[in-house]
Design a protein around this ligand. Structure first.
Ligand code: SAM
Ligand code: DTB
Ligand code: SF4
Length: 360
């Protein structure tokens, strides 16, 4: 027997149930996911989010996928933290191209109190003043740091579980799966929207993929957004030689995430450069309703902005206005922190301009 919470959401999925969904014929799975998607979201609306690495490289963790770990010889070296002005100038550019969420990443195991953290707080306030949703991903947090980020107006915090509890030890040894869940719980407690998902293509089984989604769906509060990343294999990391993820497998993950977490934003994240336009549309049909937009993710490439604009125009997709996602925590954060300065919120009505007219 399954039970639902006051919002009609389930938190008691069994592994067998999730695996049975994942194993459906893809056409059936897509129909089920579309049905859930249309009941909870505008089907033609996709949020555009821009990422910026505000502190690149030199990280002490050993995440096997990550070019920013100091344990591996990659082309990414340790760099100085960007200044608040540099970050806000990138945020203004992101806003001008149509992004509504700006996500700042730091290659830290955990956020340390002190000048660097104070800078992050200023960056968060500045991004909010531009009328953008502000997201950060800084590693593990204390309760006090989560509260201070919330007070600065942070909309969302990204902290991924990455894979199943069972497979986790094959990928990362320097911090545990439970450490990750603890930070996620602190973010919830501080009233910040949780962005938590994972990566496929790291040698995991289908069972691991389903376990990862089950863990997220069975959290006391569903994450407001769930990034589904396809591994970007980077030279020098232990996972450099992993085969590319089959786009239909990514579609399946988006669909199962959508069915398990009906109100979450499902974010089609790393790996889009390897996807055809058609494969991306399949993911949108499966319930993905957000992408990272802009030339770069953190250190690796992302599709060209003009290509994304053309895809949106040709497919009739619309970029979502800020604070309009169905995540109630995002809506609640709108009135916290700095209020957007006059002139910045015309954004809400802004539609990205297609680079070329459809059909040209
Ligand atoms: N250091 C912080 C942390 O680990 O939470 C924040 C930045 S970290 C780069 C954010 C997330 O990016 C990781 O949890 C992982 O899911 C994703 N990621 C990193 N490298 C990736 C890669 N090569 N391919 C796909 N996703 C990746
Ligand atoms: C997430 O799940 N994916 C984004 C974001 N959260 C921070 C990061 C992807 C990083 C891909 C590798 C890189 O560019 O360094
Ligand atoms: Fe560090 Fe984050 Fe990369 Fe892990 S994923 S090595 S914690 S930057």
């Amino acid at each position: 027997m399954s039970s639902t919470d006051s919002a009609g959401l389930r938190h008691d999925w069994s592994l067998d149930e999730v695996m049975a969904l994942h194993a459906l014929p893809l056409t059936d799975l897509l129909l089920r996911a579309q049905t859930v998607h249309r009941a909870n979201h505008a089907p033609d609306s996709v949020q555009l989010c821009t990422l910026l690495s505000v502190k690149t490289g030199g990280c002490q963790e050993d995440c096997s996928y990550c070019p920013q770990s100091s344990k591996y010889e990659t082309e990414v070296g340790a760099e100085k933290m960007l200044s608040v002005d540099q970050v806000l100038s990138k945020a203004r550019q992101a806003r001008a191209t149509g992004s509504t969420r700006f996500c700042m990443g730091a290659a830290w195991r955990d956020a340390k109190d002190g000048p660097a953290f104070e800078n992050v707080l200023s960056m968060v306030r500045g991004v909010r003043e531009l009328g953008l949703e502000a997201c950060a991903t800084l590693g593990m947090l204390t309760d006090d740091q989560a509260r201070r980020l919330a007070d600065a107006g942070l909309t969302a915090y990204n902290h991924n579980i990455d894979t199943s509890r069972e497979h986790y030890g094959e990928i990362i040894t320097t911090r545990s799966f439970d450490d990750r869940l603890q930070t996620v719980a602190r973010v919830v407690k501080a009233g910040i929207s949780v962005c938590c998902g994972g990566i496929i293509g790291m040698g995991e089984s289908t069972r691991d993929r389903c376990e990862m989604l089950r863990t997220l769906a069975n959290l006391e509060v569903h994450p407001g957004s769930v990034p589904i990343n396809a591994l970007v294999p980077v030279e020098g990391t232990p996972l450099a030689d992993q085969p590319r993820v089959d786009p239909l497998e990514l579609t399946r993950m988006c669909a199962v995430a959508r069915i398990l977490m009906p109100q979450a934003m499902v974010r089609l994240s790393a790996g889009r450069t390897e996807l055809s336009r058609e494969a991306q549309l399949l993911c949108f049909m499966a319930g993905a309703n957000s992408i990272f937009y802009g030339e770069k993710l953190l250190t690796t490439g992302n599709p060209d902005v003009l290509e994304d604009q053309r895809l949106f125009a040709d497919a009739g997709l619309k970029p979502m206005a800020p604070y309009t996602s169905s995540d109630p925590t995002v809506q609640a954060t709108r009135d916290k922190g700095p209020i957007a300065k006059p002139g910045s919120v015309s954004l809400a009505a802004r539609a990205i301009q297609p680079a070329v007219e459809p059909g040209e």
